[in-house]
Ligand binder design. Structure first.
Ligand SMILES: [Zn+2]
Length: 257
């Protein structure tokens, strides 16, 4: 599979009608038994959290948090959320929280940042944006998560890759996810990705949240809400359906373990 070669200096690929996608997500979620909680509103744009109660007995990795749409020029995440909700193949012994779009204004503008020019994914230490403040307030009301998955895209990458955070050295899900994604989407097997050493599409960064002034969402999560998680990066220079399929494969694999 060849790169499209469309993205120079930024994302210039497909865009989505975020109003329509969010309407479809809410409708599909409602028909499959999800609860929806509105936690912030910007005009007629809604920030909402979906939750799906456990349908049978518990198991170890049972509380799963999935978020996406924090960067408005990364449309594959909200579309993957829609597809996963519509397919409705969630393991019945898991409790799920799904935030399908954390930056709806960014999608209207097709920008990484919100309408105020703030990169929300650097705003989780001392939040300035109202969206981030409302999201953190929501997170504070939730239980601890056994696993988080944050869905992103990278317009410069040569294929799919992921970051793992796993400070307690629990069984890793990284290799299985890369294996499943590799069947539907190229993997970036560069030895260096985003200035970090990588191996077969997996980056295991050493992070010191206390030394970082600008926290992405995952630094908040790993500091306060979860001890294992993955940032999934789909390659924006491949067709949108390929990127959506990559996310769907990765999420299903992580949850099937
Ligand atoms: Zn992103």
């Amino acid at each position: 599979m060849e790169k499209l070669g469309k993205n120079h200096g930024g994302y210039h690929g497909e865009t989505i009608d975020i109003h329509a996608v969010l309407r479809e997500i809410e409708a599909a979620a409602q028909s499959h038994g999800w609860n929806s909680e509105l936690f912030y509103k910007i005009g007629d744009l809604k920030l909402f959290a979906l939750s799906l109660p456990r349908r049978s007995a518990t198991k170890t990795r049972s509380r799963i948090y999935i978020s996406t749409g924090i960067h408005g020029d990364e449309p594959a995440g909200p579309l993957a959320a829609l597809k996963l909700i519509q397919e409705n193949q969630w393991p019945s012994d898991m409790e799920l929280w799904l935030l399908p779009c954390l930056n709806p204004e960014g999608f209207i503008l097709n920008t990484r940042e919100n309408a105020g020019g703030i990169d929300l994914n650097r705003d989780y230490r001392n939040p300035k944006a109202a969206e981030t403040g409302a999201h953190i307030a929501w997170l504070e009301r939730q239980p601890q998560f056994d696993l988080y998955l944050c869905l992103h895209e990278d317009w410069e990458s040569h294929g799919f890759y992921l970051y793992e955070q796993n400070p307690d050295n629990r069984p890793s899900l990284a290799e299985q996810m890369i294996g499943a994604v590799g069947k539907v989407c190229p993997i970036d097997r560069s030895e260096n990705i985003e200035d970090r050493p990588a191996q077969n599409g997996i980056i295991r960064p050493n992070i010191s949240p206390q030394e970082r002034p600008a926290w992405p969402e995952v630094l908040y999560l790993i500091s306060h809400k979860s001890r294992q998680g993955y940032t999934l990066e789909a390659p924006s220079d491949f067709p949108l359906p390929v990127r959506v399929a990559a996310f769907v494969a990765a999420v299903k694999t992580a949850l099937a373990d």
